[in-house]
Design a protein around this ligand. Sequence first.
Ligand code: NAP
Length: 576
Amino acid sequence: MLVRNIQEIRGSANRMSALQSVSGKSHAAGPESHDVVVVGAGFAGMYMLHRLRGIGASVRVYEQGGDVGGTWYWNRYPGARCDVESMQYSYSFSDELQQEWNWSERYAPQPEILKYANHVADRFNLRPDIQLGTRVDRASFDESANTWSVTTSDGKTVTAKYVVLATGCLSNARTPDIKGLADFGGKVYHTGHWPHEPVDFSGLRVGVIGTGSSAIQSVPVIAEQASHLTVFQRTANFSIPARNAALTAKERQSWKADYAEIRRKARETRNGIVQEMPDRGALDDGDNERRARYESRWARGGVTFMGAYNNLVLDRAANDTAADFVREKIAEIVNDPKTAKLLQPNNHPIGSKRICVDSDYFVTFNRPNVTLVDIKSSPIEEILPNTVRTGAGDYEVDALVLATGFDAMTGSVAKIDISGRNGQTMNQKWAEGPRTYLGLMSAGFPNLFIITGPGSPSVLSNMIVSIEQHVDWITDCIAYMRGRDLGTMEANRQAEDGWVAHVNEVAHGTLYPQANSWYMGANIPGKPRIFMPYIGGVGTYRQICDDVAAKGYEGFTMTSRRARAATKRSASASSL
Ligand code: NAP
């Protein structure tokens, strides 16, 4: 019934918008105006534009990068590739698209994913509505008109009824505050902001600071080029071999033949990735069975290692068995026992930080031109023009790679000066940590949606599955409002408080908060320690969002366009 209603509404919205769009794109005397401004043209922004066009909305997308692709536009460091298999890390909304596109490898390299993003932009003719090289600096809500004023880096201001933040979860690269960094004599690169021209490290002594996913992917590749590579490690990380390989035509075909079912299943899973689901906990098996299971996951490779048992992120004793297994593997691979010990993570449960996936990371430390430096026991004191000075000694380098991560989940929202009702800014409201209802909206900021925002599964999932779910939900919601001539939609504080408490409660039932991870904001000095993504699972979360919509957007307040009077549709999140 709901589906039919939404289709009917879409139909009438299309007709309505066709009329509005003719006259509504710009007013002769006022600023340019759109139904929706979308910030960002990565996978989220592009699909948002496509869906909104489908309901006849006029849309302007602003993208600060020089082209589409978001994270895959910026993260061009050597060895960058996806850590979710490409047959799954791809759009599902168009069967033609998924049938015609051929991924070359199990985990596509960054240039291929960027090519795919560009193919999507062209195939769906998205470019005319995307303004590249343009940052959104400010968005302020005008309570008298119920519209947003959006100011961009080219000095223009446009108005829009809705703003959708498709700004990405890991797009605000973080440069650490290290004494002397600005005076370093060689080139300094950040993995999250890599140059577009080729970087040649041949003959150079290179220093990599950081040992998260970006470093773990780039270190083996840089080591092959550099005359010497010094890796500065503060915290060792768990990493599973990717077992990347070329995809054969037969393999691709077997995925494609079953795509409808695979995509359906992915939407119902815990993390948006279809995999063999465990039916038991790690302690339910004896030592030999457990070892065999870990060996088989290790041999298969990839993030699904953590799915070997159903309690690895819930029970510390169970988790220890998996962590011990990986530590043993590191000791087997790395020849020098001292280096092996340093590379063995020992201060967080496996999986409580995003598990890394590598191609030859640990074995790289057997190369004679690679040195691992422990900066936990002897931190970096300063950087001199050609030296990294730690408490234990000096390391000469000609180039530096900062693989130091991102101000995750909130960083790219915080860079925009967003002010909502009563002039309250988003940064003021989120000073003690992000507050959202369903990760989709924040109370006090009407008609402002966030795709894969804090409080949604986002980074704990296959991002494209979560992006598509949010975009579809937001599109249906905007169609619903248009069909009823509603003016504003806003999360209720009570619903938001309930959701924030729920997100917290679920997180604290797991081992995740035990790590100093970027999920917790722990990598940014001074950032509040709050577990930001929703751990309840992609399938469960989808059901919650669908139920909220089916109950007339329970927990949100919608006002009519004409009266602009508050019409409480519903106000309680008590059912959560
Ligand atoms: P990250 O996981 O946050 O790792 C940053 C590294 O830099 C950590 O080892 C950190 O040490 C170190 N670091 C930060 N500040 C430092 C400082 N001042 N001095 C010394 N060391 C410092 O960042 P990332 O590797 O870029 O990965 C972030 C996320 O992006 C990943 O978790 C993943 O979700 C995503 N990603 C995905 C892929 C993929 O799909 N293949 C690839 C790359 C990244 P501490 O741990 O001690 O703070």
